[in-house]
Design a binder for this molecule. Structure first.
Ligand code: A2P
Length: 333
């Protein structure tokens, strides 16, 4: 693979630092690496592959130098302003924020699900929401075989999804301190409130799961509903997914076989031995774990699933780096 000039925007953040970890683990072919963040942390030293890099302030001139790919994870307003500037300089941006995900010119990609969408990018490719990524990785093979009719998501989301500040709220909350990031204590609590409330009574996180599932599965009319909940877990999101299909499922074992064979999906489904996906097992890994697979006996063609993945890795950094790998391979040709 050709070596590329790579920028990481938001390099000092929770996802930014994980980008660096995953890039190294995957031996991503880097020629020059540029680390960028806000003025606050310009000058900070970060290590990559045994070398020290100085974080530079992100400005309108940051992309004047030759950069092939930029991984962004610095919030929506930063992406809104700087992703188009980067794209105008010929950089391909893989953006982890929600800013561009619904834009018709921006592909929204999970490499195991819709890698073909990468090819029609116009300089910005969006990385989906962490909760959506792990869900669609499991739903795609089932949709291909049984055609999904309706999905009900209920999530149990880790505090790391709210960045360093979210992590600190749980850590300090366990010591009895008041929350700074969340509106209520997260230690010993569940908050049915992730991102802002919208006019329809849903939170934005819930609507992201609905909109993004439709876009990634190429089914704009798919019936999807969601309740997203922040729970006192540091790493990995867990999700209960109830799915109804158009076609009958003759044998539930078939569903298990399909999921066991799905790319980067691991079947952990042995309830007799207390084996099912757990947040603490998924943390630090790149796979999506699925278990508790059973029929929904209240409907004709329905099943229930329990899906767990590391929200910072597969839910953010790993997914973005996988997209960058596909881009780097294409640049080679
Ligand atoms: P900084 O360290 O300068 O604040 P997290 O969500 O884990 O808190 O991380 C957010 C990341 O986004 C950090 O790297 C942060 O940099 C970066 N960031 C936030 N605002 C900006 C901005 N206006 N320009 C560039 N980077 C930003």
């Amino acid at each position: 693979m050709k070596k590329v000039n790579l920028a990481v925007v938001g390099a000092t953040g929770m996802v930014g630092r994980t980008f660096l970890k995953v890039l190294k683990e995957k031996n991503f072919p880097i020629d020059n690496l540029y680390l960028m963040a806000s003025k606050r942390s310009a000058g900070t030293k970060l290590e990559y592959d045994g070398k020290e890099y100085i974080v530079e302030e992100l400005t309108e001139h940051s992309f004047d130098k030759p950069i092939d790919i930029a991984l962004f994870s610095a919030g929506g307003s930063t992406s809104e302003k700087f992703a188009p500037i980067a794209a105008a300089h010929g950089v391909i941006v893989v953006d982890n924020s929600a800013q561009w995900r619904q834009h018709p010119d921006v592909p929204l990609v999970v490499p195991e699900v819709n890698p073909e969408d990468i090819s029609w990018n116009h300089g910005i490719i969006a990385n989906p929401n962490c909760s959506t990524i792990q869900a669609v990785a499991v739903l795609k093979p089932l949709d291909d075989k049984y055609k999904i009719k309706r999905v009900v998501y209920s999530t149990y989301q880790a505090v790391s999804g709210a960045g360093v500040a979210g992590w600190n709220d749980l850590e300090n909350g366990l010591k009895g301190e008041a929350p700074k990031k969340f509106p209520h204590p997260i230690a010993g609590n569940c908050l049915p409130h992730i991102d802002v409330f919208m006019e329809n009574g849903y939170t934005k996180e819930e609507m992201k799961m609905i909109w993004e599932t439709r876009k990634i599965l190429h089914d704009p009319d798919l019936k999807v509903t969601a309740t997203t909940v922040r729970v006192p877990v540091f790493s990995s999101h867990s999700e209960s997914i109830n799915v109804e299909f158009e076609k009958p499922i003759d044998d539930i074992e078939d569903v298990k076989k399909l999921l066991a064979a799905a790319p980067d999906v691991v079947l952990v489904d042995d309830p007799a031995n207390n084996k099912y996906p757990l947040a603490i097992d998924a943390a630090g890994t790149d796979e999506v774990y699925v278990g508790r697979i059973r029929r929904d006996e209240s409907v004709e063609n329905g099943i229930n699933l329990w899906v767990v993945a590391d929200n910072i890795r597969k839910g953010a950094a790993t997914n973005a780096v996988q997209i960058a790998e596909i881009l780097a391979e294409a640049m080679d040709k």
